[in-house]
Design a binder for this molecule. Structure first.
Ligand code: GAP
Length: 464
């Protein structure tokens, strides 16, 4: 594993090379918010596009929706988020650091503290003189639970003006279950997928973009027949294992090293209120092994709750057997921002080129922000014009960058740092032999390719 100091190198590279900027920097910054810069937003888009292609476009049993960030407030009562999506916090009176009370206790006393009352948490911290991990002093405010959902108000009067920003994308899928059933040809088993922003008022955000208050999820609710009932009940265990395998395959697809990916099975007593089984896909980040993705068996909890709270029946009738049932759900979920952080950490490497340390991001081509850079060796003698013609041709197919600034070595280094798989250099010989030099990022090997064969060559090598 990389030493933890290397996280600083990653944060610095992300800023320096236009991947991730601290949010609202000209106003002095706004803690735990970020802007994805030109290369960061390309990388993000490539990850989301690849996910959609893999799990929606290439599957006959999954359809997509794009639901709202704001849902009817009753939806969050039905889902259990209003009553149960709470964390207890304490503030250190000495250094003002804010902590999750249960985490403090679990770390200091090695006992389970989840779900304890405010009074019990406060008592445990005081009696055991638990110290602040930041300043070492034991002097905290009493523990106080608060809801992790961001709330806002809509412009109407009355008690029901409070609305929530969604803390997960999943609920819009459950709300549209019947609409999707009624308007498409889906048959159980099938999935509804969604990519979108989610918001959580996290007490302890941090580790760069690992835990954010505004983030993005890619989720699938996969509806299956309950194991009870007649007919051929899909065994939820089998569907669960299949999705677990799909999530591992996805990790390979985005280039994560197999040895850095592992699983964490949630113990039964720590499962969320809606889950009968949860497995997290873990990744060895520079700051330690942490949750990357999740997979849960949500049973029929959500559909049943929404049915009860809305008064609308959310059931499925089998067109062959005429049997009616409330489907159960297997939910694989992926964080976009965590994917981004994992691929950047995984791709980061340093080696040597021309006697100097070279920083390189070894992205797989499918997600690399820029696929090809076109570089005229000199800014004169017709080379930029030739390079421009190649750029115009390639840009119709790939995200290509044209760069004519600085020495060729400097330009190669710049492209290495943003993870561009291939650089195409137009030099003086190109004018005579109609060939260009193609340089591969990882091996730094160079090859002369006929200009008329360049597109086909790149298509074979990028294999997108
Ligand atoms: N619908 C289920 C659900 O939301 P979760 O484990 O709370 O489950 C799913 O979140 C995924 O969303 C996580 O595995 C992670 O990738 C991402 N995620 C959750 N909270 C996050 C946060 N505060 N910042 C960034 N990503 C987050």
């Amino acid at each position: 594993m990389m030493p933890s100091m290397d996280m600083e190198k990653i944060v610095s590279l992300c800023k320096r090379r236009g991947f991730i900027y601290p949010g609202s920097e000209i106003y002095g910054g706004f803690a735990n918010t970020y802007t994805f810069g030109p290369y960061g937003s390309e990388l993000r888009k490539n990850i989301k596009d690849l996910w959609w292609k893999t799990f929606v476009q290439q599957r006959a049993d999954v359809v997509g929706i794009d639901g709202g960030i704001l849902l009817h407030p009753r939806a969050w009562e039905a889902s259990g988020h209003v009553a149960g999506f709470n964390d207890a916090m304490v503030d250190c009176k000495q250094c003002k650091a804010r902590h999750r009370a249960d985490h403090l206790i679990e770390k200091a006393l090695k006992i389970e503290a989840e779900g304890l009352t405010e009074a019990d948490l406060t008592k445990l911290i005081e009696e055991n003189k638990v110290k602040c991990p930041k300043c070492g002093v034991s002097n905290f405010t009493p523990a106080r639970y608060f809801n992790l959902m961001f709330s806002t108000e809509i412009s109407k009067t009355g008690d029901d003006s409070k609305v929530y920003l969604r803390p997960e994308t999943a609920q819009a899928i459950f709300l549209e279950f019947k609409n999707v059933l009624d308007t498409t040809r889906v048959r159980v088993p099938f999935g509804i997928a969604q990519i979108g922003k989610a918001f959580r008022n996290e007490i302890t955000p941090g580790n760069f973009i690992f835990r954010l208050i505004e983030f993005e999820q890619m989720e699938i609710e996969y509806f299956i027949r309950p194991a009870t009932g007649s007919g051929q009940a899909e065994q939820w265990q089998q569907v669960f294992e299949d999705w677990l395998a799909q999530q591992h395959r996805w990790c390979e697809l985005i280039g994560l090293k197999k040895e850095k990916v592992s699983e964490y099975e949630h113990p039964k007593e720590k499962l969320s209120h809606y889950s009968k089984r949860t497995v997290d896909i873990m990744y060895d980040f520079p700051f330690g092994r942490s949750e990357l993705y999740g997979l849960a068996y949500r049973t029929d909890f959500d559909l049943s709750q929404h049915s009860e709270f809305s008064g609308k029946e959310l059931a499925y009738r089998d067109p062959v057997t005429n049997e009616k049932f409330v489907p159960h759900v297997i939910e694989p979920t992926w964080g976009v921002d965590r994917s981004l952080l994992a691929v950047i950490c995984d791709a980061y490497d340093e080696d040597e080129a021309d006697g100097e340390t070279r920083v390189v991001l070894r992205f797989v081509p499918a997600i690399a922000p820029i696929k090809v850079a076109v570089l005229p060796l000199m800014k004169k003698d017709g080379l930029p014009e030739m390079a421009n013609t190649i750029f115009d041709q390639l840009k119709m197919k790939y995200r290509v960058e044209f760069d004519d600034g600085g020495s060729i070595g400097k330009r190669y280094r710049r492209q290495d740092e943003i993870g561009t798989p291939y650089c195409v250099t137009v030099d003086y010989e190109s004018k005579d032999d109609s060939k260009v030099t193609v340089r591969e990022r990882d091996s730094m090997k160079q090859e002369r390719i006929e200009i008329k064969e360049l597109e086909g060559w790149l298509s074979d090598h990028l294999s997108l």
